[in-house]
Design a protein around this ligand. Structure first.
Ligand SMILES: Nc1ncnc2c1ncn2[C@@H]1O[C@H](COP(=O)(O)OP(=O)(O)OP(=O)(O)O)[C@@H](O)[C@H]1O
Ligand SMILES: [Mg+2]
Length: 250
């Protein structure tokens, strides 16, 4: 397996506070990683330090073998736009644009695909996530689940190598969470590497590997193997995760 992401000796301080403390791990292409841990353990900071939204205090981040930890802001923004997709707890869509315009916008900003390709890709993504019928709607007139699906489409419009999520289902009810996670699993099966922070055990069972952060350190990790719906029905996967989390003191 090819390594897509390598984090080496990553440290992040906010003034005198050490938030991340020498983090090391590798992610293979096509993996689905969930990051769990108590509130304040550094999960969001880790995600932001990896993806260049924030800068590490020390250490290196290699994306497809290329060190991105010291890129100039403009270059970093380019890497983020072209190679990374992001979903957050709230959709962060722009209020004065339709769902469709929100989705194509990062595509038009990037020079990665032609306009026609972006439009086609956006249409396909909306179809796949079931929001075609609200494509022209104002974002104030759609449901939370539809907004989050649109956020997923927007994150994927530039065909990123890796999709990051910081509690992407944190504002959704359990049935919408399931629908959104089905979409994320499908995207992952098609080859996009996924890394999401979550507090939700059900969400974490969708990952192939779960990393547990404690006080800015990787405390342990659990290898669950690729998710498939049928296996999950037996709930053995969830049981393993629960037992492991208990061991972590979660
Ligand atoms: N910009 C900042 N300036 C100063 N301290 C910060 C900043 N961002 C985060 N911190 C601190 O870093 C620690 C880790 O924060 P982080 O947001 O990464 O935690 P988290 O694991 O994502 O928590 P949660 O589950 O509540 O989202 C916390 O103690 C937080 O107060
Ligand atoms: Mg957080």
């Amino acid at each position: 397996m090819k390594t897509i992401l390598e984090v080496q000796n990553l440290c992040k301080n906010y003034e005198d506070t050490k938030v991340l403390n020498n983090i090391n791990f590798k992610v293979d292409e096509g993996e689905f990683i969930a990051i769990m841990g108590q509130s304040g353990s550094g999960k969001s900071t880790l995600l932001y330090s990896i993806s260049g939204m924030d800068r590490p205090t020390k250490g290196n981040v290699l994306l497809s073998g290329k060190d991105i930890s010291n890129l100039e802001d403009e270059k970093m923004a380019e890497v983020r736009l072209n190679k990374m997709g992001f979903i957050f707890q709230n959709s962060h869509l722009l209020k004065n644009l339709s769902i469709r315009d929100n989705i194509v916008l990062p595509g038009f900003k990037s020079a990665k695909l032609l306009r026609d390709e972006i439009n086609q890709h956006a249409d396909k993504l909306m179809e796949k996530t079931g929001i075609t019928s609200v494509a022209t709607h104002d974002i104030k007139k759609v449901s939370g689940g539809q907004l989050q699906r649109a956020a997923i489409c927007r994150a994927l419009v530039n065909q990123p190598d890796i999709l990051f999520g910081d509690e992407p289902t944190g504002s959704l009810n359990s049935s919408t969470t399931k629908e959104v996670m089905d979409i994320i699993n499908a995207i992952n099966r098609e080859g996009t590497t996924v890394m999401i922070v979550t507090h939700d055990v059900k969400v974490a069972t969708r990952a192939g590997r779960v990393i547990f952060l404690l006080d800015g350190n990787i405390h342990d990790e659990l290898l669950l193997g690729k998710y498939n719906e049928d296996e999950n029905k037996s709930s053995s996967r969830e049981k393993r995760l629960f037992e492991w989390l208990e061991k972590q003191g979660f």
